[in-house]
Each structure stands twice: as structure tokens, then as C-alpha cells.
Design a protein around this ligand. Structure first.
Ligand SMILES: *Cc1c(COP(=O)(O)O)cnc(C)c1O
Length: 382
């Protein structure tokens, strides 16, 4: 193992202030699993695969079904390779449900603040994507929503609802969408993109039920819970699997991927246990929420323009100068830079970040030469 590589990761971890993946885990006690070829090919409910970790996958899915007030009785799910794959699966099932015969009739609606994965998903599914105007905080403008739906009367719609945008944690108002879509008699399917907020939304005022408020959902496993390997949780109302039943009976295959990562389910299972299950996850969120509120206060006291949504653990700063962001690793979009508050976020880090902003404001130069390191070369294999 190249030491420089591990040193880069360790150095960058200290500057990893803004992006949503949690890093407070230590999984080397699971290293035994690296010596086996674990493959979760097929359906997690199938417990007869000799080299799968389906039993772990099934429990993790059960846990998330419960968070969204559902059960295996009415819903189904699996662990995907990332949130994007799960979002693609949701939109794919939605498209097949809405447009069995007439594919040209189906469109995807998403907010301007929806994650860029929806551009890719629309392209793969060959569906037009319309982005609905939002206000500056990422909330869909009701008039724009209604106008768009009016212009698309007679079409069927996949509403790609963002439940926690990357930059502001804004939550699309699903009931508002339903109200206007119903008024125009539009047939729809709702996929919820809750990549980050999805692991703690059930502890907020947003009480949502799978199969009632939305039809399917994606949550990233490596974000609020954290994992050394990216993963996604996909949950869907069982009724949308119907038209895949024939294939299913043939090969028990309901997922986009064929061979599937069997290590992530073990990591997520252990992660949720280490966090302390339902109550532990709730506590984890409340701690982050309190810290986020403190960090926001601290920023304001230091004359930095910042705000946050009530439920959010992301604090939104006025866009921080690119020179400073060569050091810190955080997302910027339009006029904002976002700091995601997680167990990894310590106050010293925040103080240093805010000192950097203030210093730059006063002296038009950076305080030190620390930067985030990017990949360099490794020796050739040839
Ligand atoms: C991260 C994120 C995604 C994509 O998830 P991946 O796991 O990176 O594929 C989609 N939507 C939102 C809102 C996100 O924050």
C-alpha cells in the first residue's frame, strides 16, 4: 500500500468540512470479509445464496421500511451501489408503470435544486426533464409548478421530489404537487430523492409514509450513516414490481445491477448497530442539529452571512471565495457554500474556517498555504 495515498486521505479528512459523507466509523474489525467473494446477486429476500450477505441486506431494508412507516408486506427494497442507482430504479419503475404503451407521453419534473443525477437518469430513460423554478432557498415556486403542470396536461409525470437538496436541504412540498397534478387530472408517480436527509427525516416534522406520500425513495448509505464504500438504499411500493413478475419468476432478479456488492449490507448493518439502532440514529441527528444551530450562531456572531432550514443539519454560507475553498472541501452552488454538520465536524475546524473567511475579507489573501490534496501518480502496472 502506497503510504502517500493513506496520508492524503488522512490530511484531507481534516479539511473535509462540507460534504455529506460521515467519517466517524472504524470497520477494520470486519476485515475477514475481504477474503471472500461476497455477491448479493438477486433478491435480498432470497436466503439460499451461499455467498451472499442477503440476511444483512434484508434487515437493513427492514429498518428503513420501518423508518418510512412501511413493511415487507406492502413494500420491497434492496441495497444499491449508490443513491443514483436507486433513483434510477425508482424512475425506471415509474416510467414503466406510467407509459406501458405510450412512452412519448411521460415526462420527469424536478426542482431547479434537484441533484444533477436526474439529468443523467432522464437521459438514460429517454424522457424529457423539466426543472421547476425555485426561490433562492431551493423551494419550488407554486405558480411555476402549476403553470408547468397546466402546460403538460394529458401527459403522465414522474415527480422527482427532492427531500433535502444538497445545498440548502430544501424539501419539495409533495402535497402541493399532488394538489396541482390532481387538479389537471394528471397521472403521476412520485420518486423521493432523500440521499442525505433520508436517514433522519423520520425524526423531523416531515412524517412521510412510503406507498402513501411517495412511491419509491433513495437514501445514500455512505452519507449520514457513513461507510468506506458508497451505497444506496432503495425502497418501493410492491405494486410497481408487478410488470417485472415474469422476469422475476425466471431468475429472481429485480435489481438494475446483476452481481451486487455484498459488503455494503454488512457495513450498513454494523453501522446502524454501532450507532444504536432507531434511538441511536435519532440521537445522532439531534446532536448534529444542535451543533448546526450553534455553528450558525457562531458564524452570525462573526459577521458571516449564514442561514439554515429548521430541520437541516446543513448550514448555508454566502459563497466562500474559491481561494479559501482550495483548502476546505465543501460544495458551492450559485451564491452558496454549504457546511454539512456531522459527528466529524468539530468546533475547532469551524473556527479555523471562519477565521479564514474573515482574514480573506480583510487582507484579500489566505492565512496559510494549507490545501486539499488531489490524486498524484502511482507506479505503472506495465
Ligand atoms: C448525494 C446525492 C445524490 C446522489 O447520491 P449518490 O449516492 O452519490 O449516487 C442524489 N441526490 C441528492 C440530494 C444527494 O445529496
Amino acid at each position: 500500500m502506497n503510504r502517500d495515498f493513506i496520508e492524503r486521505l488522512s490530511h484531507n479528512s481534516k479539511l473535509y468540512i462540507g460534504y455529506p459523507p460521515a467519517t466517524d466509523f472504524k470497520y477494520d474489525y470486519l476485515s475477514d470479509v475481504l477474503n471472500y467473494s461476497i455477491n448479493n446477486l438477486g433478491n435480498p429476500e432470497n436466503l439460499s445464496n451461499a455467498f451472499s450477505s442477503h440476511e444483512y441486506e434484508k434487515e437493513v431494508i427492514h429498518f428503513f421500511l420501518k423508518l418510512y412507516k412501511s413493511s415487507y408486506h406492502e413494500s420491497w427494497g434492496y441495497i444499491s451501489h449508490c443513491g443514483t442507482e436507486a433513483a434510477l430504479n425508482g424512475c425506471w419503475l415509474g416510467r414503466n408503470y406510467l407509459s406501458d404503451s405510450n412512452r412519448s407521453n411521460c415526462i420527469i419534473l424536478a426542482s431547479e435544486y434537484a441533484h444533477y443525477c436526474i439529468d443523467k437518469i432522464a437521459n438514460i430513460l429517454n424522457l424529457p426533464l423539466i426543472r421547476i423554478k425555485t426561490d433562492e432557498k431551493g423551494n419550488i415556486i407554486e405558480d411555476a409548478l402549476s403553470t408547468t403542470l397546466n402546460l403538460n396536461k394529458g401527459k403522465s409525470v414522474i415527480f422527482f421530489a427532492t427531500l433535502g437538496s444538497t445545498i440548502t436541504s430544501s424539501i419539495d412540498h409533495i402535497d402541493l404537487f399532488k394538489k396541482h397534478a390532481d387538479a389537471f387530472n394528471i397521472k403521476y408517480y412520485i420518486h423521493a430523492d432523500a440521499a442525505f436527509d433520508g436517514s433522519f427525516l423520520p425524526f423531523t416534522k416531515y412524517q412521510l409514509k412510503l406507498g402513501y406520500d411517495f412511491d419509491s425513495i433513495n437514501i445514500s448509505g455512505h452519507k449520514f450513516i457513513g461507510s468506506p464504500i458508497p451505497s444506496g438504499i432503495f425502497l418501493v411500493n410492491k405494486k410497481y414490481l408487478k410488470n417485472r413478475e415474469i422476469e422475476y419468476v425466471k431468475n429472481n432478479d429485480l435489481t438494475i445491477a446483476g452481481s451486487r456488492n455484498g459488503i455494503s449490507p454488512i457495513l450498513l448493518y454494523e453501522g446502524i448497530r454501532n450507532i444504536g439502532g432507531y434511538n441511536g440514529l435519532k440521537e445522532r441527528y439531534i446532536k448534529c442539529l444542535n451543533n448546526a444551530n450553534e455553528i450558525l450562531q457562531y458564524a452570525i456572531e462573526n459577521n458571516i452571512n449564514a442561514w439554515k432550514n429548521d430541520h437541516a443539519i446543513t448550514v448555508v454560507f454566502d459563497r466562500v471565495d474559491d481561494e479559501i475553498m482550495k483548502k476546505w472541501h465543501a460544495p458551492s452552488y450559485k451564491r452558496y457554500t454549504t457546511i454539512t454538520v456531522l459527528p466529524k465536524t468539530n468546533f475547532n475546524m469551524i473556527k479555523e474556517f471562519i477565521n479564514d473567511i474573515t482574514f480573506y475579507k480583510n487582507y484579500k489573501k489566505t492565512r496559510d498555504n494549507t490545501i486539499t490534496y488531489y490524486p498524484s501518480k502511482v507506479s505503472s502496472l506495465l
